[in-house]
Design a protein around this ligand. Structure first.
Ligand SMILES: *Cc1c(COP(=O)(O)O)cnc(C)c1O
Length: 238
């Protein structure tokens, strides 16, 4: 099963531009203050290695087990970012090595991350995920929930996590005005957070927004970190 899907990937890859071509093209379009997370979910290690050999060192995955397998198989100077929804019972598998968790949207999850970070004697950087899209299905908090979380006594006690910024996803639509409105909203929340909050475990400097279809809009709206998958690795066959 696994072998067959890898073969398919190889075929798709050969008819398109190479991964390193795609990567270089995207990198040259990013301003220097914007960090590129190469989203490699569902892709085989050979594809990730092609990006690695072209200089990419930050990879994003959305399943903890898949990310852990790739972490084990690949060079150790890679930063692994968890960009998907995190199940609390799986935090322990990534706690030893994960660099940044983008999708934290509850105090309960943050507590779990803090617990496992402590067991591993490290501080894990986290982004709080905000709900900015119209769709009901996307995860994330509103501004009130964000504020309640950050002002809570429990949060103040957490010594093994650090909130380093916010993450959000715009509505999946062709309507650029709508995408722009949602990203601008997130930027406003981020600016307010930066103005009022700088404590030991909350030092917001990262605004993670923008994917293959909307990253240029996101950068215009103030993104400092883009998460790009299909424009680098080609489309995914789930
Ligand atoms: C898959 C995914 C991406 C990348 O999507 P592309 O459209 O392939 O660039 C970015 N962010 C999150 C949270 C994702 O799940």
């Amino acid at each position: 099963m696994r072998v067959r899907s890898q073969k398919l990937e190889t075929v798709t890859k050969n008819v398109n531009m190479s991964i390193s071509d795609n990567l270089n093209k995207i990198k040259s379009s990013l301003p220097p203050h914007v960090t590129l997370v190469a989203v490699s979910k569902t892709k085989p290690v050979e594809d990730l290695m092609e990006a690695y050999n072209a200089g990419q060192r930050i990879f994003g995955e959305n399943k903890i087990q898949e990310m852990t397998e790739k972490w084990e198989a690949m060079p150790k100077d890679i930063e692994w970012h968890m960009i998907g929804h995190v199940q609390t019972n799986k935090v322990k598998y990534m706690a030893p090595y994960v660099s940044l968790i983008h999708g934290v949207d509850s105090l309960r999850l943050l507590k779990e991350i803090n617990k496992h970070a402590k067991k591993n004697d490290r501080v894990i950087n986290c982004l709080l995920q905000m709900h900015i899209a119209e769709e009901e299905t996307k995860f994330g908090m509103d501004e009130q929930e964000l504020s309640d979380l950050l002002l809570s006594e429990e949060f103040a006690q957490m010594q093994n996590i650090k909130v380093t910024g916010l993450m959000g996803m715009a509505t999946f639509t062709d309507n650029e005005a709508q995408i722009k409105k949602e990203f601008t909203h997130l930027k406003t929340i981020f600016d307010r957070l930066q103005q009022k909050q700088s404590t030991v475990n909350c030092q917001p400097s990262i605004l993670s927004m923008g994917m293959s279809g909307d990253y240029l809009i996101a950068i215009d709206c103030g993104s400092t970190m883009v998460r790009i998958g299909s424009s680098i690795f080609g489309s995914r066959n789930y």
